[in-house]
Design a protein around this ligand. Sequence first.
Ligand SMILES: Cc1cc2nc3c(=O)[nH]c(=O)nc-3n(C[C@H](O)[C@H](O)[C@H](O)COP(=O)(O)OP(=O)(O)OC[C@H]3O[C@@H](n4cnc5c(N)ncnc54)[C@H](O)[C@@H]3O)c2cc1C
Ligand code: SF4
Length: 584
Amino acid sequence: MTNLKPVDVAIIGGGWTGLLMAKEITASTSKSVAVFERGIPRKMEDYAVTMDELDHNIRLRMMQNTAEETITHRHSLKDSAVPVRQHGSFHPGTGVGGAGEHWGGASFRFQPDCFRLRSHLTEKHGAAKLSADLSVQDWPISYDELEPLYWKSEQLMGISGKAGNLRGEKIDGGNPFEGSRQHEYPTPPLKHSYASSLFADAVRRMGYHPYRTPAANLSEPYKNPDGITRPGCAYCGHCQRYGCMIGAKAQPTNTLMPVLAKRKNFELRTGSWVRRIIHKDGRATGIQFTNASGEEFFQPAGTVVLASFTLNNTRLLSLSKIGTPYDPVTRKGTLGRNLTHQVGVNTRIFFDKPLNIFMGAGELASRISDFDGDNGFTGAEDGLLRLGMIALGTNGDTPIGSFGVMPKGASKSNWGSEWKAASIKWRDHSAAIGMSGEHLAYRQNYMDLDPTYTDKFGDPLLRFTLNWTDHEYKMREFALKIQANIAREMGAKFDEGPPSRAPYNVINYQSTHIQGGVVMGASPENSVVNKYLQHWDMPNLFVVGASAFPQNAAPNPTLTSLSLTYMAADGMINRYFKHPEKLI
Ligand SMILES: Cc1cc2nc3c(=O)[nH]c(=O)nc-3n(C[C@H](O)[C@H](O)[C@H](O)COP(=O)(O)OP(=O)(O)OC[C@H]3O[C@@H](n4cnc5c(N)ncnc54)[C@H](O)[C@@H]3O)c2cc1C
Ligand code: SF4
């Protein structure tokens, strides 16, 4: 192993959170910052020549290679976990920019009650009514504390949207259920697609409150506070799972890298696979990594930031033996607990007219939050604690992926000339109404190291023990009824039927919203990091990303991850560097 020249700060992972941390530190200190990213370098010009659906959308060119590292999954403690050999329920990214290059761009704030979920549910239902397995907890920060940082993140990316609650005033056309905002969105909402306008008209007639999804796909040219200018979206429909070839979608490579590239105290080392955080006497001393040629290095560092997404944040801490692994039986230990994903259910709707659905943007959607959190239902009569948002999105139906979508019974067989004729008939005549629902944390859902399977280096893989509970099935049943009513109001055909009560599966895509494992909290008894995302046991180690979320919320996570990263950077720069000890 080769010892390298020390750096002040070593950051593991070159996605949104790692690069934002680097931008903040290099902006206001002279500390040397090196980002270690195991994937390839990227730039916008690459995307113009690689817009290929088969390559990106089907073969998932931009995702982590499962032959090198994957996760294993089991449903419960009594099962054996097996490796996920093809990406299914979520799509972790790799390379500079991480999944932030090929994300959709939905950029919501969480509702204020999400940050005090345990208190909220207890006040509403009484502690006795909450399942003993429920493991949700309050965040160590409030919505009001995070509000200015949400605004900073929105300005960074130029989020397109319309306020629904501006300094307490409810505004039609925005989301009236959002927490109070101090500012209007940096850019106006994206245009409606035909299908999203049909949804908006229908739900409005039903008394709901439609709004257009706040999106990192710019509705018009925008210059952010760092002086980075990006153009408006061209609605090309090749957005999620692709990088944007014109830079209209905020991505780390077009928003953070142009700033970082000019900083003399910044360095990006791609092809650097970090395998351990090295530590001694309660402090990180640096990181151990292997480069693309298989050579091993020790990089000494004064401070280490772990920003390698939920999966590797948990795994690298486990491999490095930092913190106490969680035990779901005794509920002792904190590392790996409160693994959550996202709860979804879709209703496919069909029209006799074409929808031009091939046009769209990563997050061009019309949406209601009338059932987000526990809006719109009491919970008493239906056994539901939380639900989520309901939307019709048009992010671009591409030729291969959308071919063969038809109502049940439209073809007797799923191949041959009859099927082809039906596929052509129904092409561009279909959309989906879907729920993005809150996944609560439970005692039994957690992450640890797999005892059997290893990655390409022989290091243990991360193991998911994860399954749905009755609550998630009830959420889907409830959402499906609302979705059916909306479909009827839209005048669409749709396939009715109960949602599947099948256990969690790793095959069907849910979302790449994986949370927990390194959760933040008010004390080391129930969390791994404090509100500055500083490790409770190791003051010079900060762990950023959605791994810190105590539980999932219905909205997509990245805006909240970025806002927490700003908070961590502030704690590190303005407090920790001046007095390098525990911040709390
Ligand atoms: C198809 C898709 C659509 C999405 N749409 C949305 C959306 O609309 N809205 C939203 O909020 N979110 C969305 N997401 C999720 C969003 O992309 C993530 O929340 C966000 O990118 C996470 O940023 P991060 O920096 O925490 O992690 P990542 O982006 O995953 O970056 C982590 C980086 O760390 C690197 N890394 C990992 N392990 C190591 C190691 N051992 N050594 C060195 N480097 C390592 C990885 O290669 C990666 O580049 C979407 C994701 C996908 C895949
Ligand atoms: S839909 Fe818009 S933001 Fe998305 S890739 Fe195309 S031009 Fe870029």
